[in-house]
Design a protein around this ligand. Sequence first.
Ligand code: KG4
Ligand code: ZN
Length: 339
Amino acid sequence: MKDITILAIESSCDETAAAVVVNGRQVLSNVISSQIDIHTLYGGVVPEIASRKHTERINQVIRQALEGAGKDLKDMDAIGVTYGPGLVGPLLIGVSEAKALSFAAGIPLIGVHHIEGHICANYIAAPELEPPFVCLVVSGGHTHLVLVRDYGSYEILGRTQDDAAGEAFDKVAREIGLGYPGGPKIDRVSREGDPEAIRFPRGKASGSRYDFSFSGMKSAVLNYLNTAKMKGQEVSVPDVAASFQAAVVDVLVSHAEWAMEEYGLDRFALAGGVASNSALRAAMADACQRHGAAFYCPPPVLCTDNAAMIGAAAYYDYIGGIRSGFDLNAVPNLRLGER
Ligand code: KG4
Ligand code: ZN
């Protein structure tokens, strides 16, 4: 069968990214231009600034991705682009660019779901992985426990009812003075702290048993900090960070274990920015061993936002016959499985 080569574009938040991916699993180039330094000044992503930076960088990033792969635009079989969910301005930059390239070169256009991209990062990292499997997608904007029935076929078992896991990491990090982005900083500082120093509540959601809630846990950390301040007690930042991280990891792992028990699948995957958390990776690897399931987790560069994962997802859409028209638009709150 002929190789299918896809140029993929990702601009849903604060990384401008482009990649060239062959047959959904072989990455020829993966260029990521991060805006983290700029947004750090404001303590979080400023959508207007993100849009402007995407506009400035996107052509250069695409050129680098093609050059790095040793390919021309005319060598591409399709252009895959994230069209949701995400920030509307940043999404529109990628979608407009992809439409322009697709029109100019006469190459098919495929709109890709961002979360589907995160899940498909696992296909790049583990060439032997095939559905069905359970995937826990944990990022700055999303926390979804997903049953991946087949390529492009997903059932959401549970989702967060309030904050996403990464959002909770970022908010707590800000409160304990670690700054943005909080996840990697909490991960690092936690290594010097005691995860059992403070028992923060393991939040329970009111809906399905697979749903998540992180806002109570975040408030418990704020209460702890305020009480300590009022009493003039010193706070150990590493202990707070490690104890909060342990609470998040406990909740994520227990949900994943319920799904492994209920669905009896022998494959489990992690995805999304928070999947690069060292404590989560270690605890999930242990849980999978207990359940006799193979554990999959992409390397950190494929966990946080990138375009290679969009190229992997676009490939399975491509061979499934999915094509987008020039009326493709940015859909900020696109749901998984929706088109
Ligand atoms: O997937 P991603 O790059 O963007 C979204 O689609 O949201 O995820 C970014 C999130 C941020 O909240 C960041 O703090 C978190 O992933 N993150 C981590 C770690 N690395 C990134 N959270 C915990 N531990 C980490 N090592
Ligand atoms: Zn993401």
